[in-house]
Design a protein around this ligand. Structure first.
Ligand code: GAR
Length: 199
């Protein structure tokens, strides 16, 4: 199976997926890493691992639909069957999501449906929750609302800062995201309404 990973930033989740593919834990190929930011550190990680990188410049397209349709071309040429969003900080258009229905995964740094949006770690800390953690889910038209594949819990300690909490959440992301990708690739994930169950 050919996988595409979409990134915008540091790429630690991309790294976890690269490592899991290299070790044979995930039996698939990362065919392309695609970024909307030329200088994303994730692109360096991909190049270092010998994975093809593609930068798609949002400024070179007149609408979000145009931008996403350029991406679809890029994915179709590479026969991509699974898309992993890994810190990709851009909303996908409904047309894109329809084209790859139930084939797009995302990792979010909070226990959905709590703390959707761009600041999952900070919002949870500010709210004062005692537990939080990452969620891996299918992407649907409603932001951060798709069927949940995996979650993991971390304790929020009194002394936690946004940085220390983010680090704890990241550590868990790096465990549950590769496992979710592996389960998808092996055809183990089944949707029952909005519940994801293992076959
Ligand atoms: C991850 O913590 C991921 O949960 C978050 O971006 C970070 C990317 O880190 N995604 C979102 O907040 C999406 N709403 P990484 O670039 O080191 O993988």
């Amino acid at each position: 199976m050919n996988i595409a990973v979409f990134v915008s930033g540091n790429g630690t989740n991309l790294q976890a997926i690269i490592d899991a593919v290299k070790s044979g834990y995930i039996k698939a190929r990362i065919a392309v890493v695609l970024s909307d930011r030329k200088d994303a550190h994730a692109m360096e990680r991909a190049k270092k691992a010998g994975v093809e990188t593609v930068f798609v410049d949002p400024k070179a397209h007149k609408s979000r639909e145009d931008f996403d349709s350029a991406i679809i071309d890029c994915l179709e040429r590479r026969e991509i069957e699974l898309i992993c969003l890994a810190g990709y900080m851009r909303l996908l258009t409904p047309a894109f999501i329809r084209r790859y229905r139930n084939r797009i995964l995302n990792v979010h740094p909070a226990l959905l449906p709590s703390f959707k949006g761009l600041n999952g770690v900070k919002d949870a800390l500010d709210y004062g929750v005692k537990i939080t953690g990452p969620t891996v889910h299918f992407v649907t038209e409603d932001v951060d609302s798709g069927p949940i594949i995996a979650q993991s819990v971390v304790q929020v300690e009194d002394g936690d800062t946004e940085d220390s909490l983010r680090e704890k959440v990241h550590k868990e992301e790096h465990k549950i995201y590769p496992k979710a990708v592996k389960d998808f690739v092996e055809g183990k994930l089944k949707l029952k309404g909005r519940r994801v169950v293992r076959k």
